[in-house]
Design a protein around this ligand. Structure first.
Ligand SMILES: [Fe+2]
Length: 194
């Protein structure tokens, strides 16, 4: 039985409740009936943190966990070609849920989640898309431009406008952060600093 549409819809319903209006509207417009139930693929080393990240449950993480067999773990090709540090690719990966390459198509929105291992520095990067993150599990430090680092616990919403430089670094905990992109969905992020 393909139960992906129902599980994805549960996740999206919970997500829309916490999003700003300009992101909640396109999330509510996603038609999950076409969500594919294909087997997952593209395993990555960072998946070793999945059980720790989902152990605490939560209104967003729990429905996500039910979709795990269908995940396709990927990495930004720019980072694969030129990793910011030797351990980065062992501790970084993401899964697309909606949008290009996702479980369901969406023309004007990309949605998925990022996972970082503990003690990982995701250096300053930027992209044309407007981005909202919702912290799902793990408290990490986040920075916009030249602002000071800020500790952001689960539930926190973090917004990056077009081409705004931003960085994330984890402490002792791994991080699961749901991301949403609007605008230019095709141009991958590029690392621009430290
Ligand atoms: Fe970003």
């Amino acid at each position: 039985m393909n139960d992906v549409p129902r599980k994805l819809q549960t996740f999206l319903d919970e997500l829309a409740l916490v999003l700003p209006a300009d992101f909640a509207a396109p999330v509510r417009a996603i038609d999950t009936n076409s969500a594919g139930g294909g087997a997952g693929s593209g395993d990555l080393p960072v998946r070793r943190y999945w059980s720790v990240l989902t152990a605490g449950g939560g209104r967003l993480v729990e429905p996500l966990a039910g979709l795990a067999p269908h995940f396709r773990w990927v990495q930004n090709p720019n980072y694969v070609a030129s990793p910011p540090d030797p351990g980065f690719l062992q501790n970084y990966g993401y899964v697309v849920l909606a949008g290009p390459g996702g479980l369901v198509e969406s023309a004007d929105l990309a949605l998925g989640f990022l996972v970082l291992g503990p003690n990982t520095h995701y250096p300053t990067h930027r992209h044309p898309a407007v981005e909202v993150y919702v912290v799902g599990a793990g408290t990490a430090e986040w920075r916009k431009g030249g602002d000071p680092w800020r500790l952001e616990p689960p539930g926190r919403i973090i917004r990056h406008e077009t081409m705004m430089p931003h960085a994330t670094r984890t402490l002792a905990q791994p991080l699961l952060a749901i991301y949403l992109w609007r605008g230019d969905l095709k141009t991958h992020a590029r690392i621009t600093g430290h």
